[in-house]
Every structure is written in structure tokens, then in C-alpha cells.
Design a binder for this molecule. Structure first.
Ligand code: ADP
Ligand code: MG
Length: 255
């Protein structure tokens, strides 16, 4: 459950995702600049900021879809290996949901959810199937289990993507603008699933422009601009008294 009003970066809880002085370049472009971020068990951190500020790159470095050129990232105390089985296992601890669903088009909804546990976790077929049924029920798409992704609405596909990530039993879930590609009437069905996860204590990093969700579900709001974290504070603080001009300017444009 979220502890609204608590001091940021409470030391009482186990740090699950820790970034220390993380730097990332794409050629000459310095995309992440000395990024320090700690996400503790059960925390919901919403990351916001202008387009191009490095939010997606931040998410992608956390599960090694991108390498880093400096600094350190640990997941539950372990360094991320660059490759191999260790990477697959650690990546399985970090569930990721993208803007563009990214479901396997030639697999059914249920197969999309069972595939990871079968291949990476070594779960038995019957166990993976049972778990998939339960997860599809939980995100409200159980009746679509035998269909293919293209037969589903965008909101349904994104809920399947969430179920697929949860099937790996991740320690932390990353969401990169999960509702940005959805028609407006489907946004809430996805945000409702995410709010449910937050309430159940899932550790979450959520890049979103949905400020209602940030106010409702976030323990902390992290504001990024030009590759730097400029603010890392409670939603109350951020929305009522942002400290940086960049943050004030950003809020004035989206609120
Ligand atoms: P955001 O998600 O905040 O919009 P991104 O992390 O996607 O920002 O991008 C940050 C910067 O890095 C942008 O200038 C973007 O153009 C650049 N960038 C992102 N991915 C790549 C890549 N694979 N190659 C080169 N430049 C990239
Ligand atoms: Mg992005």
C-alpha cells in the first residue's frame, strides 16, 4: 500500500532498484547524466518530464535493454550481468510494459502469458496455464484467452501485456507510457489495473503523462529534464510546490 506523505526514499524498506551515477550516451548525445535513483520494495515511482528527456532510456537501462557507460545499477542488491543466463534471470525480475504492447502476434493471448514462465522460469505447462488463467482473469480479459492480439482492442492488448509481465513474478514492474497509444476510452481500464497493482504493494516505476494516476498512486514523483533528475519528491510537493523552473513550466503545459 502506498504511504502517502512519507519522506521520499524511506530507508525502512528494502531497496529493490538502485541507480548510482548512471550515465548513458548515444554517440555524442548525453542522454542520462549522473542519474541517482532508489526504488524501494512496495514503492510506486512516477517518472515525468518532457519528450526526449531520457525517461524511456532510463527504463531500458534498468532491465539492460540498453547498456550504460558509467555508474551502477543493481536489482535487489545484484549487479546486472551484461549477458547470458544471469541476465535472463535478472531481467525476469523486472517486468516491462511498453507503449506499443509488443505482444507476440502469432501466439494466442494465453500463449503470450505462458511463454516466459515456460522458457525462462522453467515452470511446468499445467502450472503456467493455471497461472495465466488467473492473471488474465485479474486484468479482465479471461474471455479473450484463445484469441490473437490483433483481435483485441488496444486496452485489452495492454492488459494482456501487463498479465504477461506479471506471469514472470517480477520484483518490480516498469511501465513506459503504457496508455499513450490508447484511445481515450481505454486509458482508464489500463490505469485501473495499474492502480490495483500499486494498492497490492507491487514495486513500480511508471513513466506517464497521466497526472491523475500520479496523484492517486505515486509515492514519489521523479521529474526529468535533459537527462537529469531535477526533482524527486512526493506528489503533494511536486504538484503544489515544484522547485525547478523546468518543472513549473512542464506542469503549466500539461495541467
Ligand atoms: P523520453 O522517453 O523522455 O522521450 P528517450 O529516452 O526516448 O526520451 O530519449 C532521450 C534522447 O535519446 C532523445 O534525444 C532521443 O532522441 C535519444 N535516443 C533514444 N534512443 C536512441 C537510440 N537508440 N539512438 C540514438 N538516440 C537515441
Ligand atoms: Mg519515451
Amino acid at each position: 500500500m502506498s504511504d502517502h506523505g512519507q519522506a521520499p526514499q524511506s530507508s525502512a524498506r528494502r531497496p529493490l532498484v538502485v541507480l548510482e551515477k548512471v550515465n548513458k550516451h548515444f554517440g555524442a548525445l548525453h542522454v542520462l547524466k549522473d542519474v541517482d535513483l532508489t526504488v524501494s520494495e512496495g514503492e510506486v515511482v512516477v517518472v515525468i518530464g518532457p519528450s526526449g528527456s531520457g525517461k524511456s532510456t532510463l527504463c531500458r537501462t534498468i532491465n539492460r535493454l540498453e547498456t550504460i557507460d558509467g555508474g551502477r545499477i543493481t536489482i535487489d542488491g545484484k549487479d546486472l550481468p551484461a549477458e547470458g543466463k544471469g541476465l535472463a534471470r535478472l531481467r525476469a525480475d523486472v517486468g516491462m510494459v511498453f507503449q506499443s504492447f509488443n505482444l507476440f502476434a502469432h501466439k494466442t493471448v494465453k500463449e503470450n502469458v505462458t511463454l516466459g514462465p515456460l522458457k525462462v522460469r522453467g515452470t511446468s505447462g499445467s502450472e503456467a496455464g493455471k497461472r495465466a488463467d488467473a492473471l488474465l482473469e485479474r486484468v479482465g480479459v479471461a474471455s479473450q484467452a484463445a484469441k490473437y492480439p490483433a483481435q483485441l482492442s488496444g486496452g485489452q492488448q495492454q492488459r494482456v501485456a501487463i498479465a504477461r509481465a506479471l506471469a514472470m513474478d517480477p520484483k518490480v514492474m516498469l511501465f513506459d507510457e503504457p496508455t499513450s497509444a490508447l484511445d481515450p476510452e481505454m486509458i482508464n481500464e489500463v490505469l485501473d489495473v495499474m492502480t490495483g497493482l500499486a494498492k497490492e504493494g507491487m514495486t513500480m516505476v511508471v513513466v506517464t503523462h497521466e497526472m491523475g494516476f500520479a496523484r492517486r498512486a505515486a509515492d514519489r514523483v521523479v521529474f526529468m529534464a535533459e537527462g537529469r533528475i531535477l526533482e524527486d519528491t512526493t506528489p503533494e510537493e511536486f504538484f503544489t510546490a515544484p522547485r525547478h523552473e523546468r518543472a513549473k513550466d512542464f506542469l503549466s503545459k500539461i495541467l
